[in-house]
Every structure is written in structure tokens, then in C-alpha cells.
Design a protein around this ligand. Sequence first.
Ligand SMILES: [Fe+2]
Ligand SMILES: [Fe+2]
Length: 193
Amino acid sequence: METKAPAKKTAAKTPASKTSTKSTSKTPAKKGAAKELKDLFEDSLKDIYWAEKALVKALPTMMKNATDEKLKTAIENHLAETQTHVERLEECFKALGKKAQAKKCDAMQGLLDEGKSIIEETEPGTVRDAGIIAAAQKVEHYEIATYGTLAAFAKVLNEQDCLKYLLETLNEEKKCDELLTKVADTNLNSKAK
Ligand SMILES: [Fe+2]
Ligand SMILES: [Fe+2]
């Protein structure tokens, strides 16, 4: 006769008071916090401006560490595009009548730190290439999310010049992500062989 495996003892429940996420007070806004959507839009532009400039510095290291020729070329081409992304953001600031200003983007800093660790923790070759692609795609996905949001804000705010620049960049980020997926497929297939 088949015997059923005994059911595990149910883990002790954490008291409700400890798991409760209910909060009675709102987080107080910092001094100078955005009041209008336009303020949030401008703050977000400063954030991605910092991120794109950081990428211009970080992409050459990724390129040097890649071994696959297609991957190297993809990163090299996207480095040139990234320089254009910086310039388009400067045009956005100009269209808003603002000085181009960068504000540290903690999310991009985290992604770039992770990319650096992946390189250090992998042997050069197919495995490191796979790691570089993974790190680069996380960056692209972050950019796609950011530019998608910024374009939506520009549309609502009727900032047509900004909208045009933001959509151009968004399109290039998406294409780069698709290309990296193709390179990853080839890279992993060659490893499998
Ligand atoms: Fe970009
Ligand atoms: Fe990008």
C-alpha cells in the first residue's frame, strides 16, 4: 500500500503585529519636493541625464571585456547612440528653458556596480559574455522603463519637442535590447555546441 509522505508541520505564524504593512502616517516630503507633474518630469530628466553620462563611461569597459565580435560591435554602436541620448536630453532641457543638470541616479549606479561584479566573477570568454549581456539588458530595461514614463509625462504636459526626443531614444533602447537577445541566443548556442 502506498503511504503518503507526512505533511510538514506548519511553520509558526509570525504575529500579525509584525507582518502588518498598515501605516497610519504618510512619508513626509523633503524640502523642495516636486509639487507638479512638471517638477517630477524635470527631476526624472536630471536622473536619466546622470545615468546616460555614467553609461558613456561604463560601456567601454563592457566592450573591452567582451570576446564575441557581435557583442563587441553591439556595445560599440550603442555607445555612440548613448552619446546621442545625452545630447537629446540636453535638447530636452533647452526646450524646457532649463539648464541641463545631472542628479545621481541610484538605480543606474546599482546596475553598473552589478555589471562590474559580474565581470570580476566570470572567466573571460563565453560565460563572461553571457554575464555582460545580462548586465547590459538590465540597463536597457531600466532605460526602456524610464523613457516610457518620461514620454508619457511629456505627452500629458504637451511638451512636444521633448516627446519627440524621448521617443527617438526609447526606440533605440528597445532595438539594442532586441539585438542583445539575438546575440545571447548565438552566444549560448555556440556554448551548447
Ligand atoms: Fe540610453
Ligand atoms: Fe541604452
